[in-house]
Design a protein around this ligand. Structure first.
Ligand code: ATP
Ligand code: MG
Length: 365
C-alpha cells in the first residue's frame, strides 16, 4: 500500500554544519513529487533522510501521519532507483529482479508470477534471461526500476535516475517512468536538477535552494506564477527589468513605457519593483512599447531565440542576457541583428516581484 509522506520541521546537520535548517512538506499518496534545485541544495540529503540512510537532527518524517524517525532503513518498505543503476552484473535480468523478493521468503510460484508481471509493466520481457551487460543504458534502468517496484514498496525514491542516459533516451524513459508510476499508483519522490524533466514528469514540484523549499506547486503553477525571483529564473527564462510603481496596478519602465496589470495590487511603499517577462510573452509592437535592439539570432526549428538589449531599462544584475522567442508558426518575418523594435509584454502573464525579490505580487492579488 502506498502512503502519504509528511516532513515536519526537519533539520539536517553534518557535524556542526546545518544544511537543512527547517524543512516542512506534505507529499500526497500516489503522487509523483519532484525535488528540483541546483547542485548542493540538499535534494539527495532529503531523499536519504526519507530512506533512513542518514540521520535526522530535528523534526520528524511521517508515513500516513506516523513518525518513521525510529524505523531503520530496511524496515521502511521503500524502493530506490539511483543514477548508476546498481544492478548486479553477474545475475540475469530475472535474477536481478527476483533478488528483493527472495529476501522476503515468498514461494517460487509467487516470485515467478510477480517478476513476470513487472517484466511486462516495464516492457523488458524479452530480456529476462539476458545478462545486464547485453542491455542498453535505458534497458538497464528499466531493470533497476523493475527491481525497485517488484517488492511493492510503500514509497519509491528516485535520485537522478536518467542522468546517465543520452538526451533521446532520457525523454523516452521519463515518459516510461511516468506511465509506470501512474499505472501502479505509488507515491514517488523524484530528484532531478533538470527543469524540463521536472516539468514533464511531475504532479507537483518542490523547488529547493540551500536546504530550503522555495515553492511547491504543479508544473504549470510554478512556471506561470513563480513565488520569487529565484524560482522564476531557475525554471525557464525570465527577463527581469526594474520598473517604477505608477499606481496600484500600473508600472512605468525606465524608457517611460507604461503598462497596467489588471487585478494586481502593488503596495504603496514599493516604489521600485521587478517585472519578470518570459521570452515568449513579449510581442513586437509598432510604435509603442519597450524599445529594444536585437543582439543575436539563433534558429531553433520551431522558434527563433533572440538575445536582445533594452537600452532604456535597468536590468537586475547578474542575470543572463534578455531574450525574445519568436514562434515560427505565427511569425510573418524574422528580425535581423541590429534591428530596433518595440516590445509589449503580455500583461496577463507578467509577474511583478518586490524589490527584495522575495514576493510575487501577481500571486497575492
Ligand atoms: N556525508 C556528508 N558529509 C558532509 N557534508 C555533506 C555530506 N553529504 C552532503 N553534504 C553536504 O550537504 C549539502 C547537500 O548535498 P546533497 O548531496 O544533498 O545535494 P544535491 O542537491 O543532491 O546536489 P546534486 O544535484 O549535486 O546531487 C552539500 O553542501 C554537501 O556538501
Ligand atoms: Mg544529489
Amino acid at each position: 500500500m502506498s502512503v502519504s509522506i509528511q516532513a515536519r520541521h526537519i533539520v539536517k546537520k553534518f557535524d556542526k554544519t546545518t544544511v537543512i535548517p527547517d524543512l516542512s512538506v506534505e507529499i500526497k499518496n500516489g503522487e509523483l513529487f519532484t525535488l528540483l534545485g541546483p547542485s548542493g541544495c540538499c535534494k539527495t540529503t532529503f531523499l536519504r533522510m526519507i530512506a533512513g540512510f542518514t540521520s535526522i537532527e530535528g523534526g520528524e518524517i511521517c508515513f500516513d501521519g506516523k513518525s518513521i524517525n525510529n524505523i531503520p532503513a530496511y524496515a521502511r518498505d521503500i524502493g530506490m532507483v539511483f543514477q548508476n543503476y546498481a544492478i548486479f552484473p553477474h545475475l540475469t535480468v530475472r535474477k536481478n529482479i527476483e533478488y528483493g523478493l527472495a529476501l522476503r521468503h515468498l514461494s517460487q510460484n509467487e516470485i515467478k508470477k510477480r517478476v513476470d508481471e513487472i517484466l511486462s509493466v516495464v516492457k523488458i520481457e524479452e530480456y529476462a534471461d539476458k545478462m545486464p551487460e547485453k542491455l542498453s543504458g535505458g534497458q538497464q534502468q528499466r531493470v533497476a526500476l523493475a527491481r525497485a517496484i517488484v517488492i511493492k514498496p510503500q514509497v519509491l525514491l528516485m535520485d537522478e535516475p536518467l542522468s546517465n542516459l543520452d538526451a533521446k533516451l532520457r525523454i523516452e524513459m521519463r515518459g516510461a517512468i511516468r506511465s509506470i508510476q501512474q499505472n501502479i499508483g505509488i507515491t514517488t519522490v523524484y530528484v532531478t536538477h533538470d527543469q524540463e524533466e521536472a516539468l514533464a514528469i511531475s504532479d507537483r514540484i518542490a523547488v529547493m535552494r540551500s536546504g530550503t523549499i522555495q515553492q511547491v506547486g504543479t508544473p504549470i503553477e510554478i512556471y506561470t506564477r513563480p513565488s520569487n525571483v529565484f524560482v522564476s529564473t531557475f525554471i525557464g527564462r525570465s527577463n527581469l527589468l526594474y520598473a517604477q510603481r505608477a499606481g496600484e496596478d500600473e508600472l512605468k519602465f525606465g524608457s517611460g513605457f507604461r503598462i497596467r496589470v489588471p487585478g494586481i495590487r502593488i503596495p504603496q511603499n514599493e516604489n521600485r519593483v521587478i517585472a519578470a517577462i518570459r521570452p515568449e510573452e513579449l510581442s513586437i509592437s509598432s510604435g509603442d512599447g519597450i524599445p529594444a535592439v536585437v543582439k543575436t539570432r539563433t534558429f531553433l526549428g520551431k522558434y527563433v531565440m533572440y538575445e536582445i538589449a533594452f537600452p532604456g531599462e535597468i536590468s537586475v544584475p547578474d542575470m543572463p542576457p534578455c531574450e525574445f522567442s519568436q514562434d515560427l508558426g505565427h511569425a510573418d518575418h524574422l528580425l535581423d541583428i541590429g534591428d530596433q523594435v518595440f516590445f509589449k509584454p503580455n500583461t496577463a502573464k507578467i509577474n511583478i516581484f518586490s524589490s527584495d525579490q522575495m514576493t510575487n505580487y501577481a500571486l497575492v492579488r
